[in-house]
Ligand binder design. Structure first.
Ligand code: PMV
Length: 309
């Protein structure tokens, strides 16, 4: 018998990095970009993983999939599962780009294995197991990814568990730009922690300001103030540059999107690679931004309307 589950991706609109230190973040689920997991009894005498990045025995996964393997092993231990498993992972989400691929995979694995074991899964357990693999991958996750990949509305999040949803009805388009460079959230979070220890007078006020930008973002998106949101993106990107989580190629992409008519562009997620988000007032401008980003070396671009979210 096969059991399948699906979980979607996410984007951090505002507050990445600051959210690790207790500041609010604003995130949106990407409801059209999904990760599917299918579980069935294995015909082999071992657990087996079949994914885009690795196909073979679970015991031999490459280091980049160790968090996922550890989660599967924990679930097999915690749940009444007698047979060996074949677990197939299919995803629309590129990995290490800040789009929630690891949290979506962890959540989808959790849901599929609970279904396979015919065991009721609570929301608390879903977050617990998703964050278990996130900790192995990122070190000290704020938990915002696990919450957002399991939400269907925009989220205002303060760690560890202040979660509120809200509606967004912005007449604009979010252009999501995959730089093509893998990010490294664990390293970026670690390096920022060191910078904060060495230069607290510089870093702490900037983290607080990012938190304030999240509050202002919520007001701007709730009252359809698109140009204001663009200004907030611009200020956030300046701060993230100062905090050394952007890089030269991302800065160049930001400049090109500005020249193409963007209202504001910033990194999303851990940075040092991964994705940028850029704000367009209409479809024509969004297409200009997409063309400019692709000709400046971006790998992939998605257009996400912000109406009726
Ligand atoms: O790169 P992502 O999508 O995993 O996002 C990381 C966001 C950070 O704030 C940098 C870290 C965290 O755990 O919240």
């Amino acid at each position: 018998m096969n059991f399948t589950s699906e979980t979607h991706g996410k984007i951090i609109l505002m507050g990445e990095h600051a959210v690790v230190y207790g500041q609010p973040a604003i995130t949106i689920p990407l409801l059209n970009l999904n990760t599917q997991v299918e579980v069935q009894p294995s015909l082999q005498a071992a657990d087996y993983l079949d994914s885009t990045y690795y196909c073979g025995p679970l015991a031999q996964v490459p280091p980049s999939l160790e968090g996922m393997a550890a989660l599967i092993n924990l679930l097999i231990k915690d749940l009444p599962i007698e047979s060996h498993l074949k677990i197939k992972v299919l995803s629309d989400l590129p990995i290490e780009r800040g789009m929630g691929s690891s949290a979506a995979t962890g959540s989808a694995i959790c849901k599929a294995l609970f279904a396979f074991a015919n065991t009721h899964l609570t929301y608390e357990d879903l977050l617990h197991y998703t964050n278990f693999s996130e900790k192995i991958i990122h070190g000290t996750p704020s938990g915002v990814d696990a919450v957002t990949v399991n939400a269907s509305q925009p989220i205002y999040y303060i760690r560890p568990d202040r979660i509120s949803t809200f509606n967004m009805n912005l007449q604009g388009i979010l252009v999501i730009i995959d730089s093509g460079m893998r990010g490294n959230t664990g390293a970026a979070v670690h390096d920022l922690r060191i910078l904060k220890q060495h230069r607290p007078q510089l870093v702490e006020p900037l983290l607080q300001e990012l938190g304030s930008l999240s509050q202002q973002t919520k007001q701007a998106v709730s009252s359809n103030q698109l140009p204001r949101l663009g200004q907030l993106f611009q200020r956030a990107q300046q701060i993230l540059q100062t905090l050394q989580v952007s890089n030269h190629q991302l800065d160049i992409l930001c400049q090109r999107t500005q020249a193409a008519g963007s209202l504001g562009t910033k990194i999303t997620g851990g940075g040092r690679g991964g994705c940028l988000i850029s704000l367009a007032a209409d479809q024509t401008t969004a297409q200009h931004i997409k063309t400019a980003a692709l000709s400046a070396g971006a790998q992939q671009v998605w257009l996400q309307p912000l109406t009726n979210y």
